[in-house]
Design a protein around this ligand. Structure first.
Ligand SMILES: N[C@@H](CCC(=O)N[C@@H](CS)C(=O)NCC(=O)O)C(=O)O
Length: 213
């Protein structure tokens, strides 16, 4: 059986989540570069894989899939290896809730606004727009305050073991932690700070670390 294929660039947060799922399961995969910044996500070939022109797209043995949460749940259930979805109903509900919070409330202000302005725009020779960052920060604070409550005193978002929720959150925090805004956000959210301090050192997280620039 051929290795599964993840289509997308290594710098994408959602691509990294899909990669982390394979890494944690111990499943080898092929990463096929589709560069967002070169407009390749809107090429006919990519739109055939993902009609919304997003990344990642995925293929396993003739089965095509998109949407990161669907991909990571599939990977967890299709392959042997450590279970990344809790058996316990409520822990699994918490995992799904956190994945939804990242998608709906955290990703846009944290990545599309603060990370793009702080890390990507300067790399492309521009200047960070502090007005965009300032406008995004109330939404960042709200999302992080909610995640702070959801993780509580647990080591991971769904409880005592790593789950897909952590893999959804890691790439977002991986970039956000490198912005100047992170110090204050982590100071206000000690549970998130403790969580990030622990997961940042995981081998899979190190192996998938994006190289910007
Ligand atoms: N709902 C999608 C979101 C994926 C997504 O937004 N990916 C970003 C990159 S991390 C993207 O494709 N951005 C390009 C765009 O929005 O045009 C999923 O869960 O896979």
């Amino acid at each position: 059986m051929a290795d599964p294929i993840i289509y997308g660039p290594a710098y994408s947060t959602y691509v990294r989540t899909a990669r982390l799922a394979h890494e944690e399961k111990g499943v080898s995969y092929k990463l096929v570069e589709v560069d967002l910044f070169k407009g390749e996500t809107n090429s006919p070939a990519h739109l055939a894989r993902h009609p919304f022109g997003k990344i990642p797209a995925y293929e396993h043995d003739g089965f095509a899939l998109y949407e990161t949460g669907a991909i990571t749940r599939y990977v967890d259930e299709a392959f042997a290896g450590p279970k990344l979805q809790p058996q316990d109903l409520r822990q699994r509900a918490r995992m799904n809730q956190v994945m939804g919070v990242i998608d709906s409330y955290a990703y846009a202000p944290m990545v599309q606004k603060v990370v793009i302005q702080r890390l990507v725009v300067p790399l492309m020779g521009g200047q960070s727009d502090t007005a965009i960052i300032g406008e995004a920060m109330p939404a960042v604070d709200k999302a992080c305050a909610a995640l702070e409550v959801l993780i509580g005193g647990n080591p991971f978002f769904a409880g005592t073991t790593l789950s897909l929720a952590d893999l959804h959150a890691i790439p977002v925090f991986g970039y956000f932690a490198a912005t100047p805004e992170a110090a204050r956000v982590f100071a206000s959210n000690p549970n998130l700070k403790r969580w990030w301090g622990a997961v940042a050192g995981m081998a899979s997280v190190q192996r998938t670390a994006p190289k910007l620039g």
